[in-house]
Design a protein around this ligand. Sequence first.
Ligand code: NAP
Length: 324
Amino acid sequence: MHTYTLPGTDLRVSRVAYGCMNIGGTWDDTPLSTDVRESASRAIKAALQADITLFDHADIYARGKSEKVFGDLLKASPGLREQIVLQSKCGIRFAGDPQPSDPQRYDFSYEHIVASVEGSLQRLQTDYLDILLLHRPDPLVESEEVARAFDALQTAGKVRYFGVSNHTVGQIELLQKSLEQPLLINQVELSLLHSYLIDEGVVANVSGVNSTLATGTLDYCRNHNILIQAWGPLAGGKLFKPNAEADPALSKMAQLVGQLAEAKQTSREAIVLAWLLRHPAGIQPIVGSTKPERIATCALADEVALTREEWYSLFTAARGGRVP
Ligand code: NAP
């Protein structure tokens, strides 16, 4: 697996990253079971064996249990913390937190951001996060308040670098105008089955296509050296399920992915991820499989080269028709 220095940092990151959302088991208050712990340990070992260096978390994953099980693994592996890049997110609050009548909501207040990071550090059993992302845009955001929280966390040595997730261009600019620290990452949903951010650039101003919602997010991030991380890059495995080739909505794509995997002697997962890697924005897929053998086949994406014609054939199958 190739690694590179994330622009504007001293962090060495792998082209493919590992997402820890699914390693903590169920999203409730049940304690971590031995089964979940063993499965998490196998998944993290497989990711490390594949030379993945960046691990993505959020305070909410499995209600904190994903960070907790990862923290226990870190504690049991002296020296590992310094070899990896640890990223977490904050800003989403569950219904009932803390009052039973409180709704599910976003919270970019100073108090919540700082308290969330304290919780993540405690669960991960580390003194610092390499990267903190704001999870989903908060309509009530006050950028000066976020700036105060980022300054406090950075000055205390608790967070080294910052970014966002699911943010539009305008939302990034609104934050950035108050921040001392550059926003280095925007993590967005992106895959062959969810390629709107790529498609919008192709259909902008085409007759009969409503492109008024186009945000230009990918081009903006590329122009401003903001790394695009792709969440859901395998689209939850939908293209690989046994019935995919029989499903009219998926069959063309599933067949093409299978053919390319055979021709290039690689896995179908690798082809789907290589489609993201081929994009010149330097997209970093965040793979969320918990199965060691699947994590290994995903890592093969780094070795796959797709031609322009192969990339467009996959894109055409994904969008259900040729480009304009
Ligand atoms: P994903 O990698 O597209 O999907 C992983 C899921 O697909 C797992 O449940 C996996 O099951 C299943 N899968 C993969 N290949 C399969 C196959 N061949 N057959 C059957 N099932 C297959 O993405 P994701 O888990 O949705 O997200 C990845 C990471 O992105 C998360 O861990 C998290 O870190 C991050 N994320 C961020 C946001 C955000 O808002 N920023 C939102 C969601 C996720 P197995 O475990 O059984 O392999």
